[in-house]
Design a protein around this ligand. Structure first.
Ligand code: A2P
Length: 352
């Protein structure tokens, strides 16, 4: 099978590098172009990217010349699908240009996530929302389209919420996050600010968790998604961890939920990516841990190549419902891996 040519937009940043790593040797996709800011355009990728991953930079990508982030710059590259790791303010204007020019855009940026005709998808949770692509194309007259994945903290929480919602119904969700520094980009949080410290504020993060969750867990009704009818209250904090977000989640359920039954439902939880055996799908989207002191980001962020969410300390919440701790790799399951899985679903569903 001929591979689909792809480009990574914003390929030199932290999420961009994760895209490069996940897409090198991908069975369906082949990286044919990389883009970044005008500061990097024209340089070889090996020079433009300050590579921070432990595995070496793939040799074929190292040699690519970084292009400007503009559809015109990719005209000669035989690319159909672009992955966006752009900062949101840049993605806002640039991604529609790519969609208009006929590209399928799988975006990790927040800029378009909450637009009513843009699918915000976690393949195990709401794959049916991809149907919004047809609405988007009709309304905007684009030959391409934009599909987004949620915010990193939101993805891992929604994966844990899905089996609870299906089994017992959700009344409210309260979450406190302990988020890794890689989520802020390479130069995002100065070391003087974060070492020996916790920063109890991440701009825009709580709003994203509180609104995106309701869109993802909402129901597709004709041409629109009706937001889910429960409340989410989030408090987000930056901690001195490199990769892997930890979340303490308190879930109030409609029906009485026994923690052992919830653990069982989480262990058995699977979705379309597992059914279709998509290349980047984890065998177990949720890994339930019995040890009293797990999950921990240093030990559990790489489970299933960073695509699983580890859940532990599952217990009864005296307020009603259950509470637990979950850990997910923010740059893999929470960002680049999420976009790649979305693109695999797009191909499986005939959108590419
Ligand atoms: P560059 O390396 O040239 O600055 P991060 O969020 O980790 O900082 O990564 C942001 C990514 O987006 C990088 O690849 C960066 O490229 C790219 N980028 C930043 N500003 C722009 C811009 N104005 N146009 C295109 N790409 C941009």
């Amino acid at each position: 099978m001929a591979k689909i040519g792809v480009a990574v937009l914003g390929a030199t940043g932290i999420v961009g590098q994760r895209f490069i790593s996940l897409l090198s040797d991908h069975p369906w996709f082949e990286i044919r172009a990389v883009t970044a800011s005008p500061r990097s355009a024209g340089k070889p990728y090996s020079e433009a990217a300050k590579w921070y991953l432990e595995e070496p930079m793939p040799e074929d990508v190292a040699e690519l010349e970084v292009k400007e982030t503009d559809p015109k710059a990719l005209e000669d590259e035989d690319v159909d699908l672009v992955f966006s790791a752009l900062p949101s303010d840049v993605a806002k204007d640039v991604e529609p240009k790519f969609a208009e020019a006929g590209y399928a855009v799988a975006s990790n940026a927040s800029a378009h996530r909450m637009e009513p005709d843009v699918p915000l998808v976690i393949p195990e949770v709401n794959p049916d929302h991809l149907a919004l692509i047809d609405v988007q194309r009709d309304e905007r007259g684009w030959s391409g389209f934009i599909v987004t994945n949620p915010n990193c903290s939101t993805i891992q929480m929604c994966l844990t919420l899905k089996p609870i919602a299906d089994g017992w119904g959700l009344e409210s969700v309260t979450v406190a996050t302990m988020q890794a520094v890689s989520g802020a980009g390479y130069a995002g949080v100065p070391s003087m600010a974060i070492i020996d410290n916790v920063i109890p504020y991440i701009a825009g993060e709580e709003e994203k968790m509180e609104t995106e969750t309701l869109k993802i867990m909402g129901e597709l009704d004709g041409d629109e998604v009706k937001p889910a009818d429960f409340t989410v209250s989030a408090s987000c904090h930056r901690v001195p961890v490199l990769d892997g977000h930890t979340e303490a989640v308190f879930v109030s359920t409609e029906d009485d939920a026994d923690p052992d039954d919830v653990a069982e439902a989480m262990k058995e939880f699977k979705g379309l990516p597992q059914e279709k055996d998509l290349p980047t799908a984890p065998e177990r989207p949720l890994v339930v841990m019995e040890e009293e002191d797990r999950p921990q980001p240093r030990f559990d962020r790489d489970l299933e190549n960073g695509m699983a969410v580890a859940v532990g300390r599952l217990r009864e919440d005296p307020l009603g419902g259950v509470k637990y701790v979950c850990v997910g790799h923010n740059a893999v399951r929470g960002a680049a891996g999420a976009s790649v899985l979305n693109a695999e679903l797009l191909k499986e569903e005939g959108y590419l």
